[in-house]
Ligand binder design. Structure first.
Ligand code: BGC
Length: 677
């Protein structure tokens, strides 16, 4: 049995071009193994248009014959029709009249890094002069995928099959200074999209899309992007680099988000890399979902429905562990069962490290409840809450009710992993215990709201989830008596009892570095130190703000400052999720210079590859975190005393203004924060 992962689809992109027999290769000087014949690439430009989602590349290339061509590529995956993928190639004869050969194909040999998920022996490959296609099913889950493509060319086209590679070919002589364009339109369907044959659906769609033509397809695609940016764009005046980085991160959140499907979510590395096997973590609910909730509520709803439809898996996990209710898996895929691998990949010394997050990183259930509640507050989508959201909040609360352990006069929660994953299997994580209190309070309020506003749903859920008065009293008791680790002398929340007894490592001395401090000290040493992987107590401050509270209810602002002064220097930001959360909290607390440093780092994680691992894929959570740092942090968007959204801006000194639009209960609200000068 393989760990489930997203299977790489056949590659729809390949278009191979030869000029007078010289293959176009992205190589600027000839090497022995390229001869004969060899060509030279004189220039290469690549532009990703974030406003339209179109990628353009252009090259100037001289063939071994001496003839020179310019080749321009354009491509996009349609935002208007998720099944349609478009490419255009324009070749211009700059010098000479070259003989051109174009091979455009679909490549079924594209595999994931560690596994081949396709039953290739049963693949269907199709090639006529009109269309090419490929279809295969995945080995483990049995999903079928069908892909079909068409090519338009001013010259005759032939086709052929090469194993799993159906191919078009067209050859011609391009007269001096003339240009020729080719459009390849590909369509893709899976058995999740159609009751019939995915290949048949893809063939029909490719035919229809080719009839519409590249230009019209592009027009509709761009119109969708315009709609998106209309609400999603954040404008920063006074900082071009952060403006660009913000658009880049916002772009990546959107292209990963399911617009058409209520049964998929956003993987930790989006769809852009094999990192984390395409699994879904808390990254979605607490990092990428909030921008969707506030700007694209229909997409946010889809993302929450993905979790709703996986309640059976969560109930199964709770029962298998001896608990009640629903306990969501730390890593989730299509089934809703726990899919966290138990062991790491092989380490440099040949060993493997036990991964405990699937067993003990249980705060995911509360993170999902938090996202449901946030969605409801912003959208006012009461129907969603009554039909779906409340069930998630209540059944996960039921899990915590059974999970909290009575110990003496208080409740404790042992064997947890908080956001700071360097410290595993600890007792009484302040993040976990405090969020559980929030969760149970929210569950009781949700039930009261249901009873007043949707009594039939209240009755249905009370019966189905067995929400007896005794159970609800138990939740109230847990709220009252949960142990929240706090040091009264230092006036700080304690990440977990025993934390400060471990070795102190001054993380600021480990500079410069792009890796974590853990990568320097090693796994086993790090877990015995006070090095924190990512915002943990700071994350709690981001989520709860001043409602984090203190034992006697006083001094919250000072305690938050003390928390910051304690935990920020101990954090190595070993996770890309960390800097944006620090930026958010630091901005709220008025430390705008520190907030800016953290923000600038977060915003450039992928664009500048400043964690050195962008090859594994885009860091979705960091992208969503950037949006939140801007809107909730620097913009200070919050609900005021009358329950209306309001700003409390704290802008970095060099920003002149920050503007954004959010949806509040079906209405668009535009906010601008100007720097006080
Ligand atoms: C982080 C987790 C995160 C996961 C996936 C880990 O390194 O510590 O918080 O969910 O990566 O992005």
């Amino acid at each position: 049995m393989l760990v489930p992962e997203l299977a790489s689809a056949p590659n729809w992109l390949p278009i191979h071009i030869t000029i007078d027999g010289t293959p176009l290769k992205m190589i600027t000087k000839t090497t022995d193994n390229m001869l004969p014949p060899a060509g030279i690439l004189f220039g290469y430009e690549r532009t990703l248009h974030l406003d339209t989602g179109i990628l353009e590349r252009s090259v100037l290339f001289r063939a071994a014959s001496g003839n020179v061509v310019r080749i321009a590529f354009q491509r996009f995956a349609s935002l208007h029709d998720v099944h349609v993928l478009c490419q255009r190639v324009t070749i211009t004869a700059i010098d000479g009249d070259p003989q051109i050969q174009v091979k455009a194909f679909l490549d079924g040999n594209s595999l994931n890094i560690t596994a081949d998920h396709w039953r290739v022996e049963q693949a269907e490959v199709l090639a006529t002069d009109e269309e090419i296609g490929i279809s295969a099913a995945t080995r483990q889950s049995g999903y079928t995928l069908g892909m079909a493509a068409r090519l338009s060319s001013p010259y005759p086209i032939t086709s052929s099959k090469h194993g799993l590679r159906p191919q078009f070919e067209t050859s011609f002589t391009l007269p001096f200074q003339q240009a020729a364009s080719f459009d390849k339109i590909t369509a893709i369907y899976t058995s999740r999209d159609t009751d019939g044959s995915p290949l048949a659906a893809a063939r029909a769609k490719a035919r229809q899309a080719m009839a519409e033509g590249f230009d019209q397809l592009a027009e509709r695609h761009i119109a969708e992007w315009d709609k998106y940016w209309d609400t999603a764009d954040i404008q920063i005046v006074g900082d071009d680099a952060c403006q660009l980085a913000t658009r880049f991160t916002t772009y990546h959140v959107l292209i990963a988000a399911p617009r058409h499907d209520k049964n998929v979510s956003i993987p930790a590395k989006t769809l852009s890399g094999f990192g984390y096997k395409g699994h879904v973590f808390w990254d979605t609910e607490l990092f990428t979902l909030p921008p969707m909730t506030l700007t694209q509520p229909e997409i946010a709803r889809n993302l929450l429905l993905y979790r709703y439809h996986r309640l059976p898996g969560a109930r199964h996990k709770a029962a298998a562990n001896g608990y009640e209710g629903a306990m969501f898996p730390w890593e989730s895929t299509d089934t809703g069962e726990e899919t966290t691998p138990q062991w790491s990949d092989v380490q440099p010394d040949g060993s493997r490290i036990r991964i405990w997050t699937g067993d003990h990183e249980q705060h995911i259930s509360t993170d999902i409840a938090y996202a449901v509640h946030q969605f409801w507050r912003w959208t006012g989508d009461h129907a969603f809450m009554a039909q779906y959201g409340a069930e998630i909040i209540l059944d996960t609360a039921k899990f915590w009710g059974s999970r909290a352990e009575p110990k003496g006069d208080r409740y404790e929660i042992s064997q947890q992993i908080g956001p700071d994953e360097y410290h595993e299997n600890i007792d009484n994580s302040v993040f976990v215990n405090r969020m559980v209190v929030w969760h149970l309070e929210t569950a009781l309020q949700t039930l009261e709201w249901l009873q007043a506003n949707a009594p039939a749903d209240a009755a249905r859920l009370t019966a189905a989830l067995d929400l007896t008065p005794t159970r609800l009293d138990h939740w109230r008791d847990v709220i009252q008596r949960m142990f929240i680790p706090f040091d009264s002398e230092k006036q700080i929340h304690v990440q977990f009892p025993g934390f400060f007894e471990m070795e102190y490592i001054p993380t600021e001395k480990y500079q410069p570095r792009i890796t974590s401090v853990q990568a320097i000290l090693g796994h086993y040493r790090t877990i015995q130190t006070q090095v924190i992987k990512q915002a943990d107590v700071v994350m709690l401050m981001a989520l709860l703000g001043k409602t984090i509270g203190t034992p006697d209810g006083s001094n919250v602002e000072q305690v938050m400052q003390n928390n910051w002064d304690t935990y920020f220097p101990r954090c190595d930001h070993g996770s890309s999720l960390s800097p944006a959360m620090h930026a958010w909290v630091a901005a709220r607390m008025g430390m705008t210079a520190t907030a800016y440093d953290q923000f600038d780092h977060a915003a450039h994680i992928d664009l500048m590859d400043n964690k050195g691992n962008v090859r594994d894929g885009i860091h979705a959570a960091a992208c969503g975190g950037v949006w939140q740092a801007l809107v909730f942090g620097f913009g200070g968007l919050h609900f005021d005393e009358s329950g209306e959204p309001a700003l409390a801006p704290k802008l970095p000194d060099h920003w002149r203004s920050l503007s954004f639009t959010v949806n509040y209960r079906g209405e668009k609200r535009r906010f601008t924060a100007e720097h006080p000068r």
